[in-house]
Design a protein around this ligand. Sequence first.
Ligand code: GLU
Length: 411
Amino acid sequence: MKHLKLTDVQQKKFLEPNHIHKKTIEITRDDGSKLSLPAFRVQYNNARGPYKGGIRYHPQADEDEVKALAALMAIKTAVVNIPFGGSKGGIQVNPKELSKKEVEAISRAYVRAFVDNIGPDIDVPAPDVNTNPDIMAWMRDEYEKATETYAPAVITGKPLSYGGSVGRDTATARGAFFILQELVEREGFDPKELRVVIQGFGNAGAHMAENLHGAGYTIVAISDSHGGIYGEEGLDPVRIAKYKKKTGSVSGEYCEGSVCDIEKMKMDNVRQVSNEELLELPCDILIPAALDSVITEKNADKIHAKIVLEIANGPTTPEADAILDKKKIKVVPDVLTNAGGVTVSYFEWSQGKSGEQWTESQVDDELKRIMIDAYREVSREAHREKLTYRQAAFVVGLKRIVEAMKVRGWL
Ligand code: GLU
């Protein structure tokens, strides 16, 4: 903040979200019982354009978490310089305990609860943790019904058959891949000599693994919420994805629950690791691609990577950040690394508004240009002002937001 030279009053204005919307949504479960759930939409800042940000379904999604994530969205859209503000939504629920019909019901109820707060030029939701294109389709449909409008641009991350954009499902990973390639090239590293550990095998983690494997990196460990596997000589993410699909876990080729085929593991030179152990494995690049606050003051000292590439939102706590900085580990922050998702959301939103349809190479080329421009801007700021990449990204983003707020007379 001190780099921005704001008065105390101006700082205060930026440090609070514009709106916090809270509702209780209620659905009827398949067995006829009622279920009430807390639901949130936090609209942080819209100086640069309509609010933008995903909706997550998670037991820990509460007001504080959604508020912090909404602020990150405002910074993120400014870092990649797309014309949006920042917001975030959430339902406090474990969707894995609900049937598909119940998930549809909570998704539609969410839109009805916040119908006056969202809209193509007001606030544009998208997928986040545990939400997907099917959910976005139900939400668009519910919004159009409730408002009696045609509104493909009300939400992004929709299925291709219902207003989605090519490349949106792979965008977060693709954007992170472009950033890493640029960094690796600038540092003069050879991808073939780089060992990578990935925590999380959801949409972003799995696609990132595929991109990196294709470019010659050696992926030595991968995990999901059940745990992970480590293979010093390298793992094949395509094979792992197949087993994950079949068995529900990344170690599905070797283990059924906690029972593993030790002989087969020995032959392939792999072993099981916990999610905690995984972060501390020897590697060059560590990619947290699951939930927040996994790198803390407790384990930061045990991290051996040269680079931490944050695909998850908020995986490193501030205390851990300071420790990693002291250890000279380069942290490429979430607001830069994972901005590919919202960038292709912007392409989807533009297509929804104009009726145009972009090709795969149009999306890929434009995403690459935006991500690399953002990387260079952040890197320049970091070197010029002797900042960490996270501090530099915040300065780049905040400067743009403050400028827009001043132009509008809000500051
Ligand atoms: N949930 C994603 C994020 O945290 C995407 C948001 C969007 O596309 O609006 O960046």
